[in-house]
Design a binder for this molecule. Sequence first.
Ligand code: C5P
Length: 396
Amino acid sequence: MLEGKRILLIVTGSIAAYKSLELVRQFIKANASVEGILTQGGSQFVTPLALETLTGKRVHTQMWDEHSFEMNHIEASRRADLIVVAPATAGFIAKMANGIGDDLASSIILAGNKPVIIAPSMNVEMWDNPAFRRNLEQVQKDGAILIEPQNDVLACGEIGMGKMAEPETIFREVSKYLSQKKSLSGLKAIVTTGGTIERIDSVRYLSNFSSGKQGNQIALALATLGCQVSLVSGNTQDSAPLHSNISIIPVESADQMMAAAHKNLPADLFVGCAAVCDFKVSNKSNKKTKKQEGLELEFEENPDILQSMGTLKASLRPKLVIGFAAETNDVTDYAKQKLEKKGCDLVIANDVSSGAVFGKDDTQVHFVSREAINSLEPMKKSEVADILASWIAEHL
Ligand code: C5P
């Protein structure tokens, strides 16, 4: 998968730097070529000679050394397919977030024109530090792809998030990234996620247990393939997906979600992942209802956003309209009916009879289209999102 790929590996100053040597070995074994850059901090933990021996290439540590003509900070990224920063210290991420180029490695990032994957490594307090959180959020917004650290005993003896992901994990993520074609670039998607909120009065509402995880992961998977995503987000329990290709449109009710989704047309695809409340309160009050007044609610049906997209006239309809179906029995039969009724090209059905799907990272789904029913193994919602993104790329 990595055959012939060119990776520019930046090693910054953390004890996890020793693991980067193992990472290089794995890249080289997979027939990738690796060019190594050590920051000054990085070279306190591994020597240029160790990195040179494994990469088979001269390793550079400084902007201006006797070989600086070979490692120009501008050209370095031009000849690479991908830049990997592993380990990435809090200090280096701060430089990335603020556009500081005061040494060779940070100048390469600043002058770079290739995707950047970061594998942070630091103490748990640094990981939780608000300034660091801001910087991490910023670099992700700027397009860097994060490989999360592990929650474990850290080199300093403290316990918590901050241990760099294992070389195997970084290798797998890099391979996955480089094997994906940027096959959705130039396309636009509208994705709905989360649950809608239907107000009862000024302080009370009705909603559901949707976490928004699956829709957020789908937005991220599409954005990673180069698609521009308008993510219409209801109420979620998940942190917002950060990617420069995603714009988030927060909404509350089904009516607002409907309006926001249609406002973002035209689009090449629509994915309705939100748990839209079927009913809204037709006698809602603008002030807080007193207990003594009692409460009698009247309902009217909400618009069906997915159906409204699936049944648009051909000139307006997104080329692919994809819905979800949470069912407790006869899962694929109901999904097939939904596919027809709502004018979808694909319905992803899952069995929620045990209630085990809401808020969880794992799920088990069936891809139901007119042509086939494909039942997948239980897997992470992020994996379902990747498979869906590939399905979309194939079918567009
Ligand atoms: O009919 P049901 O609610 O089971 O359909 C689920 C699918 O329809 C999901 O894709 C959901 O996002 C979408 N839906 C919608 N608007 C509604 C109800 C459901 O877009 N009012």
